[in-house]
Ligand binder design. Structure first.
Ligand SMILES: [Zn+2]
Length: 315
């Protein structure tokens, strides 16, 4: 048994239960919110988030991992408020997104690592609320010099704190393997890493290569049918389970209660199933129909999240 850091305090890993491993309460630029107070209606957003999290809790979900990185508008006070009011266990993240920013260039590894460790060990944004996981991201540009530095900083914060790593990748550019290369060179136990957005891929050869190195795959964009429809995502998971990998898969949507990348109406129209309820309501029954056993579903939704958060090895 171990405890990890949730936004409302420590959580016993035995209490995690059904866990959505990659979601966001909100994704909204802090710079834009500061510059334009009407960029996001905070009160309305919080109300909607509380409603949505209560609904998903009624469907058996007990924990949500909010993987919003620092520079994608992470707002830990808002996350905490939503968690308290919805009575949902939420784990917040530290770490950086893949987009490059001017301040990333000149600061050395040690300085950036210390900032992440502060989030993990002392608290985020001047609060005592601690991060419980480290997010990092590599997209279509691949591992550039700057991206390598961010991945190395992630690895060092992980080794210092013991918190697991969870990533964003581009399956079209097979960046999961490149991330594993960097982590391995930094001495990271790849079993403590979730390679994210693997559910966007049907390339079983690519997925198996990542799995054979010990990491867990984030099958974590259920509902984004314009990238890959649910039916194909389910078929890929069923095949991986058949090949014996149920112990290395986690499920999620990468959804949010509010995202400022697109107008809300457009999101509702183009990806109508992109919300926290899709997995408990539609995906779990579809997996069962595809031959995935109840024990395997339990493993992917509860057992594997627990294992990832519990420390292994000697940090
Ligand atoms: Zn995400």
């Amino acid at each position: 048994m171990a405890t990890i850091q949730g936004v409302c305090g420590p959580i016993d890993t035995g209490e995690l239960g059904f866990t959505l491993m990659h979601e966001h309460v909100i994704v909204a630029s802090l710079a834009m919110r500061k510059a334009f107070p009407d960029w996001m209606d905070r009160e309305q957003t919080v109300e909607r988030a509380v409603r949505e999290l209560r609904a998903v809790q009624e469907r058996g979900v007990r924990t949500l991992v909010d993987l919003t990185p620092i520079n994608l508008g992470r707002d830990v006070a808002l996350i905490r408020e939503v968690a308290e009011r919805a009575e949902m266990q939420i784990v917040a993240a530290t770490g950086f997104y893949w987009t490059e920013e001017p301040w990333m260039e000149a600061w050395d590894h040690e300085t950036l690592t210390r900032y992440l460790v502060r989030d993990l060990e002392q608290g985020i944004q001047g609060t005592p609320i601690r991060a419980g996981i480290i997010k990092c991201a590599t997209d279509r540009q691949g591992v550039t010099d700057l991206n390598r530095k961010l991945l190395e900083v992630t690895a060092r914060a992980h080794r210092r704190s013991g918190a697991p790593i969870s990533t964003h990748t581009s399956v079209a550019h097979r960046t999961g393997l490149a991330q594993q290369d960097v982590f391995e060179a930094e001495g990271v136990d790849l079993a403590r890493v979730v390679i994210g957005h693997c559910g966007d891929s049907e390339d079983l050869d690519y997925l198996e290569q990542i799995l054979r190195r010990g990491s867990t795959l984030g099958m974590d964009r259920f509902g984004i049918d314009i990238i890959l429809p649910t039916k194909q995502r389910v078929a890929t998971i069923a095949e991986l389970c058949k090949r014996g990998f149920a112990g290395q898969l986690v499920l999620s949507h990468d959804a949010s209660c509010h995202i400022d990348f697109f107008p809300r109406e457009l999101v509702k129209k183009t990806v109508p199933h992109w919300n926290f309820l899709h997995i408990p309501n539609d995906v779990v029954p579809a997996l069962a129909d595809a031959g995935v056993s109840d024990a395997q579903i339990e493993q992917m939704t509860s057992g594997n999240p627990r294992r990832i958060f519990e420390r292994q090895g000697s940090y």
